[in-house]
Design a protein around this ligand. Sequence first.
Ligand code: TXA
Ligand code: MG
Length: 345
Amino acid sequence: MNPSTRIMKVSDSPSEDPALAEAARLLRDGELVAFPTETVYGLGGDAGRLDVIEKIFAAKNRPSDNPLIIHLDHWERVSTYASHTPELLPILSRAFWPGPLTVVVEAKPEIRNTVGRGLNTVAVRVPNHPIARELIRLAGMGLAAPSANISGRPSPTTAQHVFQDMNGRIPLILDGGPCQVGIESTVLDLTEQQPIILRPGMITGSDIEAVLGAPVTRARKSEALRRSPGTRYRHYSPNAPVYVIGPEISMALFKKLVQRLAMDGEVGYLGSRPPGACTHLHAASYQLANRLYAGLRELDERQPCGIVVDGLREEEAGLSVMDRLKKAATHYFISDADMDAFLSQ
Ligand code: TXA
Ligand code: MG
């Protein structure tokens, strides 16, 4: 147990920061350290040690079959973990790394039962964050790092979010301020003929197709479930029930829903309707991905009886936001008819 978790701020020139030296020392001792990436905060540990991997699963209450991403400081390090390097990797890494793209490649046998949880593939990425990269370099190891939340909760995009979930479970959180992207990396499977997107993210299918000059498959739900265990679980959820409403829902029905929920207490709202669109609301705004999790956590702290969230059109970046929102939702309304049926229950 770690009775108290320290938060250490890291400056803009991380290479000289004593907090990073301390973090690297802890990692070499087999401890866990939470650190910022450009997407969300990660909960890092030595990717080469099974005892450390098990600690990560315990700290998060993570289902034991859900494999981890290894974070590297340079694309050439992929060969430490991959049994061979796919042809497309140099092209993709030149275009998108460091950045919010994770690739799934064939794994060396020795890591299949550690980070891979029995799969014969491994997920790797080079994060685009000076603290993350300097930490990996100083520690001298690949970092296995899932998002630094308790499983099922929204991913953390500030050090304070990590503290809410991980206090007492890990010794150290590096504070690098809020994450820029705000949702997790795109996961791209490179082990088949055609690349397959297993988890959508800020780097979209069209972005990848433009670089490859070849088509990319968006995994159908059943396929994503089979290939990527993480897509199987309820996710990203605050404590309050979440009501996601599609972009086609009218203002009248939006107001009706809020009024109904407000009979039981305060209602949280995450969206872009004008302030005063409705009374009873405590509102937080978000623009696409980057305030999504922070907004959900902020609203949830007030212990509302429900959180209403404006859904986005399921195209390009909106697709990755909706992928998360549908998993967080207790109710998802696509049309007025849908909502009418719910309200007349
Ligand atoms: O942006 C991100 O990717 C963040 C930051 C910290 O880097 N990390 C993150 O990790 O979101 P996590 O563990 O929360 O999500 C990893 C996802 C899960 O859906 C998992 O199932 C999938 O990647 N995954 C990992 N290894 C895989 C593999 N070998 N094959 C298929 N999916 C894999
Ligand atoms: Mg996660």
